[in-house]
Design a binder for this molecule. Structure first.
Ligand code: ATP
Length: 345
């Protein structure tokens, strides 16, 4: 297969298993985000792809070739880490051309390649500036350009944007994604920011406790999470207990949800429903009755928190669909069956 294949990869440190039998197939040219909470094994998996960590078991194949025994410097990778490790005493151009200089490229070749890369990262004309005079975002782009100088087969980045402030970070996410699409280079980014992963990735790989829990396009992860952990980690969700009665009806908080089915004979499950799919209306009828506890108006969206049967349910609406409710009011909460995802309990 053209692309990267991770086969039964495990990494143990003493008795501790940091990556537990991971399997992943990434076609050439895809943007992959390794996502998960702190300590779940993202960096360890990336470091094994980079050859900076030897797997305890399993293999890594690049375009069909087993690269597991190949040392890092022979894997033809571009890498960017949180600490950018630029040379502060060198100019922008010399930083970018550094890998070419080490390879013995001519001065002319270095200049041409640095010029091409500077155009790519929108910093043409900056070649003679010292990197110490650049802003955080500009430095980030220089680090990216330097990593791409040798036209690598794989581009690996570990939390590359985490040192930037929120606005710049969002802009850089879009820029990085557009750059990757232009180059068509297979890219892995480690992040613990689900919004960042949703922005950039073709494939989001959600990890927990060293295991790959789900690997799928972002919207599939959002709409069809594999389990409650993934549902809760990606975006906001409501996790509620669902039970099936003897007549085959599925109820949540004592209210039957018409049209909702449980997977093969299960009597109990966890149901995930996104806040934008929760409808609020007048109490009564077939709706779950609850009490509004808090309304958070964020301008672009309005979050309404409702307590029902000891559970807090959040509903999100736009200002146009603004629910006419206030704290203390009784409301009816409707969970449309088609928006509910039934998960393993
Ligand atoms: P973070 O988002 O905090 O960077 P992560 O998901 O990238 O977390 P890893 O850095 O891969 O997590 O670490 C996974 C687990 O492996 C952690 O519990 C960590 O302490 C452990 N670990 C990583 N490297 C080593 C090592 N060299 N020796 C022992 N334990 C290690």
């Amino acid at each position: 297969m053209s692309g990267l294949e991770i086969k039964d990869i495990t990494k143990s440190f003493g008795n501790f298993t940091a990556v537990d039998n991971a399997n992943l197939s990434v076609p050439h040219g895809k943007f992959v985000c390794l996502l998960g909470p702190s300590g779940c094994g993202k960096t360890t998996l990336l470091r094994m792809i980079a050859g900076l960590e030897d797997p305890s078991g399993g293999a890594i194949l690049l375009d069909g070739e087993d690269i597991t025994p190949v040392p890092t410097h022979k894997r033809n990778l571009g890498m960017v880490f949180q600490s950018l490790a630029l040379f502060p005493h060198l100019t922008v151009g010399d930083n970018i051309a550094y890998p070419l200089r080490i390879r013995g490229a001519s001065r002319e070749e270095q200049k041409k390649r640095a010029g091409d890369l500077l155009r790519l990262i929108h910093l043409s004309g900056y070649e003679d500036r010292p990197v110490s005079k650049l802003s955080g975002g500009q430095r980030q782009r220089v680090a990216i350009a330097r990593a791409l100088a040798l036209a690598p087969r794989l581009f690996l980045l570990d939390e590359p944007l985490s040192a930037l402030d929120a606005k710049l970070r969002e802009a850089m996410q879009v820029e990085l994604r557009q750059l990757q699409q232009r180059l068509g280079i297979t890219t892995f980014v480690v992040t613990h920011d689900q919004r960042e992963a949703m922005t950039m990735a073709d494939l989001v790989v959600v990890m927990g406790n060293g295991k790959i829990l789900q690997a799928a396009p972002p919207i599939e992860i959002y709409r069809k999470p594999a389990d409650a952990f993934v549902a809760d980690f990606i975006g906001m969700t409501n996790l509620l207990d669902a039970t099936m009665d003897g007549a085959g009806r599925v109820s949540v908080l004592g209210q039957a949800i018409p049209g909702l089915a449980m997977p093969g004979g299960t009597a109990k499950a966890t149901l995930s429903i996104r806040p934008e799919d929760v409808h609020l209306g007048p109490a009564g009828g077939n709706a779950i009755t609850g009490t509004v506890t808090f309304v958070r108006d964020l301008g672009g969206t309005i979050e309404t928190f409702v307590e029902a049967g000891g559970k807090s349910i959040v509903a999100v609406a736009t200002p146009r669909e603004r629910p006419d409710v206030a704290a203390g009011q009784q409301v009816g909460v409707t969970l449309p069956a088609e928006a509910c995802v039934v998960l393993k309990s």
